[in-house]
Design a protein around this ligand. Structure first.
Ligand SMILES: Nc1nc2c(ncn2[C@@H]2O[C@H](COP(=O)(O)OP(=O)(O)OP(=O)(O)O)[C@@H](O)[C@H]2O)c(=O)[nH]1
Ligand SMILES: [Mg+2]
Length: 451
């Protein structure tokens, strides 16, 4: 880790500025050898210095060079950032000069990896940077910031310190039985403490469902037989003519997707081919895709043409979606309604005329209610949403349940202590206090070059 690394930190195109980031023992020396301006070896830390990047006597670009001296830097090492004009040629030329002067090209995520290895960021903080980089809406950004600023890892650290306290106390009981000030941890006293930890883990896990909802959004499949008005609904919700609408049954063949945001949550709408038995090969593939969407969607909007009685196709669809989360729309209420609502399996029903924009507000309200979106929007966004972290929380919860059972069965306290140490280590894995090298490679290689 002693070598000095460099990479372009901004996405290279024609832009106002680009940044070339350099980190490592020789970063100041290397950039200084290319810089015409103040002597960077002598400037204060956290300063921005005006000058030119030179290739021998040629001025390559007019730049601002920021100097950050270790240890209080992004990577924990000396870091230099060259802000140059945002042209592809000048940016590449400066990087090339930095590399020929003794730095090596950084691997994807390597700056961040150094930040982790030098104790500047824990693994939960690192993983939330990934969320922030990919955040497409405010809620994901907010949740990412809770991770980056350490509020998520504080929850885990707090749990760990509770366990440390118990372990330390048990050790005192064993090593210094004569020490009267220490509480003697019997199975009874332990049971109260174990329950506290279990409840905290259960809460974190339950809340993580909200985190996943914020991060992944809600997938909504619009399902129904041909001509019910599915594509009309998609277009109205997206406020654009994305899908083709005609009065020919079987117009939509492939899935058509679009996103809307409700209360800060991304709703991924999927319009599907009308479900019916058909000998047309293309339509058949479309219908198979529709059936797959039924399996994977978080919510099904089932569209029915209310101006006609239910058909065998409608009954088949009702059967297929009966165990899913469903909002049924009885469409075309601008025409006389002939549908028998009582056959709709107790689904939440909305009478609508999509053509006339009637029923859309009610649909949004129902989606908000089903997923508690308004409550979520006003919550504090301290949720775990990362799959690796969630799986470790699940393992920790299983372990504390085992510990609880052993304790209830009056297993000796010093044996319980060993399992509590295992739990302590497991929680440590979440924030990266213990880790395997392969895990780091997997996490950091996901980042882009220059991160
Ligand atoms: N009267 C009336 N007609 C509607 C309404 N909504 C949609 N339609 C009409 O119904 C026909 C079918 O609409 P689409 O949105 O293409 O229906 P679909 O469910 O996507 O149909 P497929 O793609 O064939 O599965 C079109 O002629 C629409 O204009 C409505 O509220 N009232
Ligand atoms: Mg359609």
């Amino acid at each position: 880790m002693n070598d000095t690394i460099a990479a372009i930190a901004t996405s290279v195109g024609v832009s106002a500025i680009n940044i070339i980031k350099v980190s490592g023992d020789k970063s100041i020396e290397i950039v200084n050898s290319l810089f015409k301006g103040k002597d960077l070896n002598k400037v204060e830390t956290n300063t921005i210095n005006y000058g030119y990047i030179m290739d021998k006597n040629e001025k390559i670009d007019e730049v601002l060079v920021s100097v950050f001296k270790n240890p209080k830097t992004y990577t924990g090492e000396d870091v230099v950032e060259i802000n140059c004009h945002g042209g592809i040629a000048s940016t590449n030329k400066i990087l090339e000069l930095v590399l020929t002067s003794g730095a090596r090209l950084a691997e994807p995520g390597e700056f961040l990896k150094r930040s982790f290895l030098n104790g500047r960021k824990n693994l939960m903080e690192v993983e939330s940077i990934d969320d922030i980089l990919h955040a497409k809406n405010e809620s994901v950004r907010k949740m990412g910031m809770k991770g980056l600023t350490g509020e998520l890892s504080d929850m885990i650290k707090e749990l760990k310190s509770k366990i440390t306290e118990i372990i330390a106390n048990i050790e005192v009981n064993i090593d210094y039985p004569e020490y009267e000030d220490a509480i003697v941890y019997t199975n009874e006293i332990l049971s109260i403490r174990i329950k506290e930890i279990k409840t905290s883990l259960q809460n974190i896990l339950e809340e993580s469902a909200k985190g996943k909802l914020i991060k992944d959004g809600i997938t909504v499949g619009i399902i129904g037989k041909p001509n019910a008005g599915k594509s009309s609904l998609l277009n109205k919700l997206l406020q654009e003519e994305k899908a083709i609408v005609t009065d020919i049954a079987g117009t939509t063949r492939d899935i058509v997707e679009g996103n809307i945001i409700i209360n800060g949550i991304t709703i991924n709408l999927i319009d599907t081919a009308g479900i019916r038995s058909t000998s047309n090969i293309v339509e058949k593939i479309g219908v198979e895709k529709s059936e797959k969407i039924i399996e994977t969607a978080d919510l099904i909007i089932a569209m029915f043409d209310g101006s006609n009685p239910l058909t065998p196709e409608d009954y088949q669809i009702i059967e297929k979606i009966k165990n899913k989360q469903v909002i049924a729309i009885i469409n075309k209420k601008d025409l006389p309604l002939l549908i028998d609502e009582s056959k709709l399996n107790n689904f939440t029903c909305i009478k609508a005329s999509i053509k006339n924009n009637e029923g859309l507000d009610e649909l949004i309200k129902q989606i908000q209610n089903l997923f508690n979106l308004q409550e979520l929007e006003n919550s504090d966004f301290t949720y775990i949403s990362n799959a690796r972290q969630i799986s470790l929380i699940k393992k920790s919860l299983d372990l504390i349940k085992e510990i609880e059972e052993a304790n209830n069965n009056k297993v000796e306290v010093d044996l319980i202590q060993i399992d509590l140490e295992r739990l302590w280590n497991l929680l440590g894995e979440i924030i990266g206090e213990t880790y395997k090298e392969e895990l780091l490679d997997e996490i950091f290689s996901k980042f882009c070059l220059g991160k």
